[in-house]
Design a protein around this ligand. Structure first.
Ligand SMILES: [Zn+2]
Length: 257
């Protein structure tokens, strides 16, 4: 189907919807030529023309006010279809459910628009993981640009990941005097194990200083820069068994250790 056919179909569907609901909407969607101000005709010259008169028709024929309900309905319908399929964050490849705002028990905890995600770009997460959409989308970027390519020639490719941490109202590394963790804001995810299609499991703990060290470093390094913080086994004793990725909004350069 050509682009023109697609546009015609969309226009037709909108018109049908407008007739069905008897609402003024997509039927008024005019071709782009209607958007231009009418040209002066006949005896009329630019000097004769009252500027308010020449400007006004352009406003009157503007399709924006009429088009908005159609666009809005299309948007709503699209969102409903996505929800029905379990897609969240406006992305067909991020599957889960939207949740009510999470109010943390302590100051600084909580997520305004949380999602519980179980699959991203066909990669299964071992548990429903609560986070915000920016984190889910960043994770998707890393999965598609780094994780999937890194395992492309191993065990049939990446199938899933063991998630050992997502939202949690806690301090950094659970230390009493530490600052609030990015996990407490729904901006962090901890990954301990990568599961391949042939059943192979590659753990950060065992693989980092062994044969899988190279692929694990690829995963680690590929996350640097897109996430605000990336911590692995070389960071500290708290991360010998997992990668910590978060979308901390900090002013300085991203942290990558
Ligand atoms: Zn973490």
């Amino acid at each position: 189907m050509s682009m023109k056919q697609v546009l015609l179909t969309v226009l037709f569907l909108c018109q049908s919807a407008a007739f069905a609901s008897a609402e003024p909407a997509c039927a008024e969607a005019r071709p782009a030529s209607d958007l231009t101000a009418p040209e002066l005709t006949g005896e009329e010259t630019a000097e004769d023309a009252d500027p308010t008169v020449t400007v006004e028709p352009a406003v009157l024929v503007s399709r924006r006010p009429a088009l908005r309900p159609c666009k809005f309905r299309q948007f709503e319908a699209g969102r409903e279809r996505m929800q029905a399929r379990g897609a969240v964050c406006g992305d067909w490849t991020i599957l889960g459910e939207t949740r009510k705002p999470v109010a943390g028990k302590a100051r600084g905890c909580g997520i305004t628009n949380p999602v519980r995600v179980y699959k991203i770009s066909d990669i299964a997460l071992s548990q429903f993981s609560l986070m915000d959409c920016q984190t889910a989308v960043t994770l998707k970027t890393w999965i598609e640009n780094t994780a999937k390519p890194a395992f492309a020639d191993m065990g049939g490719g990446l199938k899933g990941m063991r998630i050992v941490g997502h939202y949690a109202c806690k301090t950094q590394n659970n230390q009493p005097r530490s600052r609030i963790s990015e996990h407490a804001r729904g901006r962090a995810i901890d990954i301990s194990t990568f599961v391949l299609k042939d059943g192979t499991q590659i753990t950060v703990r065992d693989g980092w200083n062994n044969a899988q060290g190279a692929v694990l470093r690829k995963l680690h390094d590929g996350a640097c820069g897109i996430f605000g913080t990336v911590l692995g086994p070389d960071a500290d004793r708290y991360h010998v068994g997992h990668f910590h990725f978060d979308t901390a909004r900090r002013k300085g350069a991203p942290v990558c250790r």
